[in-house]
Design a protein around this ligand. Structure first.
Ligand code: GLP
Length: 251
C-alpha cells in the first residue's frame, strides 16, 4: 500500500525524511541509503545534514548507493551524478566518500558500443547493493513522465540496473542543467532498474509543484503499468509518497 502524506512545503517533507533516516541510523549505524539526484530531494538532504550536525549523529558507518548516472559525461563534470551526489549529499552530510557509490563508477569508462561490458556493469552494481545487505531507505523523485531513476515509460517493472536511452521529454526537462541546450544533455544513462528499486526496504518518493500532479495521479491512483514506472510503488509493502498540495491536486 502506498502511504500519501501531504505537506506544506519541501522543508516539511525534508524534516520527515530526516526523522526517518536519523531513526534508522540510531538503530543501524551502518545503514544503507539509496540516493537520488534532481531538485526534489535537495531540501531533504539539507534537513538531514542539519539534523546530523545538531544531534551529533555518527555517520561514519553509513553507506550510500545512487540511482543513476549519465553516460558520456566525465565523472568530474559538474552535472555528472557522481559530482552532484558528492556536492549535495556526501560532503554536506560528512559521509565517507569511499562509502558512496554511483552507477557510473562501475562502468569503468566502457564505451557505449561494448554491450557485454555495459550489461556486466549493471549486474555488478546490483550485486554490490546485495552484498551491502540491500538498501534501507531509498529516496526517489519522479519525472514529469512518471520515470523513477532513469526508468522511462516502457521500462520493465522487474528490471535490474542497466543502460537506457533517455526520453526526449527527460532530456528537455534536464536541459536546464546544461545551459538550456538539449544537445548538451547526454542521450544515454545507467540506472537502477525498477526491480532493483523495489528491493529497498522503504521507499520515500518526494514531489512538489503542479508540474508533477499528473505523474503523481498516475503513480498513486493509476493502474500499475510500465507506462508510468513510478506506479510500481503500489507493489511495494512500504512506500511513502510525500507531496505538496500542488502535486496532490489531481488526487
Ligand atoms: C532526473 C533524475 C530522477 C529525478 C528526476 C526529477 O531525471 N534521474 O532521479 O527524479 O530527474 O527531477 P526533479 O526532482 O528535479 O524534478
Amino acid at each position: 500500500m502506498t502511504e500519501v502524506i501531504i505537506v506544506d512545503d519541501e522543508q516539511e517533507a525534508g524534516e520527515l525524511y530526516a526523522t526517518c533516516v536519523a531513526d534508522l541510523i540510531s538503530r543501524k549505524p551502518d545503514a544503507v541509503l539509496g540516493l537520488a539526484t534532481g531538485s526534489s530531494p535537495l531540501a531533504a538532504y539539507r534537513a538531514l545534514a542539519e539534523r546530523v550536525r545538531a544531534d551529533h549523529i555518527d555517520v561514519s558507518g553509513v553507506r550510500g548507493y545512487a540511482l543513476d548516472e549519465y553516460i558520456g559525461l566525465p565523472l568530474d563534470h559538474p552535472e555528472s551524478y557522481h559530482s552532484t551526489i558528492a556536492r549535495t549529499v556526501t560532503r554536506p552530510l560528512g559521509l565517507n566518500p569511499a562509502h558512496v557509490h554511483v552507477p557510473g563508477d562501475v562502468l569503468d569508462g566502457a564505451p557505449l558500443d561494448d554491450e557485454q561490458a555495459l550489461r556486466e556493469a549493471g549486474a555488478r552494481y546490483d550485486r554490490a547493493i546485495e552484498r551491502a545487505g540491500g538498501i534501507d531507505i531509498q529516496i526517489l523523485g519522479v519525472g514529469t513522465d512518471g520515470h523513477v531513476g532513469f526508468n522511462e515509460p516502457g521500462s520493465s517493472l522487474s528490471s535490474g540496473t542497466r543502460i537506457k536511452t533517455l526520453a526526449e521529454r527527460t532530456r528537455k526537462d534536464n536541459a536546464r542543467f546544461f545551459g538550456n541546450d538539449i544537445d548538451a544533455v547526454p542521450t544515454h544513462c545507467i540506472t537502477q532498474g525498477i526491480g532493483t528499486i523495489l528491493k529497498a526496504r522503504h521507499l520515500i518518493l518526494l514531489a512538489f509543484g503542479a508540474a508533477k500532479a499528473e505523474a503523481i495521479e498516475e503513480t498513486v491512483e493509476g493502474g500499475i503499468s510500465s507506462f508510468c514506472p513510478a506506479s510500481a510503488l503500489q507493489l511495494h509493502p512500504h512506500a511513502t509518497v510525500i507531496i505538496d498540495e500542488a502535486a496532490a491536486s489531481r488526487l
